[in-house]
Design a protein around this ligand. Structure first.
Ligand SMILES: *Cc1c(COP(=O)(O)O)cnc(C)c1O
Length: 253
C-alpha cells in the first residue's frame, strides 16, 4: 500500500521534473508523518524515505527519540508546523530544517538556543503568499525586512522560503501563488528584490548579502494536492503526507 503510493508519487515527481526541464535530484521529497504511528515511519524508511516532516514539537521529539538512533542511514527531521518560542529548545539539535520561521522573535529564540548548543540552525522563512487569515507566515512585503534582521544572527542560516498554498480542488489554481513564491526566491538570490523594496534598506544592509546568499537554495512548497504544479513552478522540497500515508485520523492524537 505505502509502497504503491510512493511509486506513484515518485513517478509523478519524475514526470513533473521532466515537464519543467529540471533534474530529479533538484527536488527533495519530505514524507509528512504527523499523526502516523512509528511503525509507519519505519516502513517509509524501509522504502527509502530519508526526510520526515512533523508539525508538532512533542510528536516530533517522541518519534525522533523512538526511531532516529535505530535508523542506519541519516534521516532528516523537518519541523514544518507553527513553532512556539518556548519549545524551540526541544527540537533545535534534532531537526535538519525549521520551515516555519515567521517573526524576528522566533528567530531570536532559535539564535539563542542554537548558540547554547554551538550549532548553526538551518531555517526557511514561511510566507503566507495567499494572505489567508487562518494561516501563519509573513506577507511578501515583510520578507526582506525580516531576512535582513535575521541575517545578522550568527547561529542561523536562512536556507530559503516555504509556503502553504490554499486548499483547492484544482491544483492549477495554485500555480500563480507558486510562481509568486518562485519570484520572491529568485529576486532574493539575484538581489533584485530591491525592485519592490526601498533601495535604502538594501544599502544599509549591503554587507549582509554574502551571508544571506551563501546557502539560500530551498523553496519548500507543494503538498499532496498540488505538488506536481509546485515542482513545475520551481519547488525544491515537496511535503507530502496523505499521498504517502493515507488520510489522517486526528481523533488518535
Ligand atoms: C500536513 C502538512 C503537509 C502535508 O499535507 P498533505 O495534504 O497530507 O500532503 C504539508 N505541509 C504542512 C506544513 C503540513 O502541515
Amino acid at each position: 500500500m505505502m509502497k504503491d503510493n510512493l511509486e506513484v508519487i515518485e513517478q509523478k515527481i519524475a514526470e513533473a521534473c521532466i515537464r519543467s526541464g529540471r533534474r530529479r535530484d533538484e527536488v527533495t521529497l519530505i514524507a509528512v508523518s504527523k499523526t502516523k504511528p512509528n511503525e509507519m515511519l519505519q516502513e517509509a524508511y524501509n522504502l527509502g524515505i530519508r526526510n520526515f516532516g512533523e508539525n508538532k514539537v512533542q510528536e516530533l521529539v517522541g518519534k525522533y527519540e523512538a526511531l532516529d538512533a535505530g535508523f542506519e542511514e541519516k534521516v532528516n527531521w523537518h519541523m514544518i508546523g507553527h513553532l512556539q518560542r518556548n519549545k524551540v529548545k526541544y527540537i533545535i539539535d534534532k531537526v535538519a530544517l525549521i520551515h516555519s520561521v515567521d517573526s524576528v522573535k522566533l528567530a531570536e529564540q532559535i539564535e539563542k538556543e542554537a548558540a547554547k548548543k554551538n550549532i548553526i540552525a538551518d531555517i526557511l522563512i514561511e510566507v503566507n503568499i495567499a494572505q489567508e487569515e487562518t494561516k501563519f507566515g509573513i506577507s511578501a512585503d515583510e520578507l526582506l525586512p525580516l531576512i535582513l534582521n535575521i541575517a545578522s544572527f550568527e547561529h542561523i542560516r536562512i536556507r530559503g522560503l516555504m509556503t502553504i498554498a490554499p486548499y483547492v480542488e484544482n491544483p492549477e489554481k495554485n500555480s500563480d501563488y507558486f510562481k509568486k513564491m518562485r519570484q520572491l526566491y529568485v529576486d532574493i538570490k539575484s538581489k533584485t528584490i530591491d525592485n519592490i523594496y526601498n533601495k535604502s534598506i538594501l544599502e544599509d544592509n549591503a554587507l549582509n548579502w554574502d551571508k544571506i546568499l551563501d546557502k539560500f537554495n530551498i523553496l519548500s512548497m507543494g503538498m499532496t494536492g498540488d505538488y506536481e504544479v509546485a515542482i513545475e513552478e520551481g519547488a525544491t522540497m515537496v511535503r507530502i503526507g496523505t499521498g504517502i500515508f493515507g488520510e489522517r485520523d486526528y481523533s488518535l492524537t
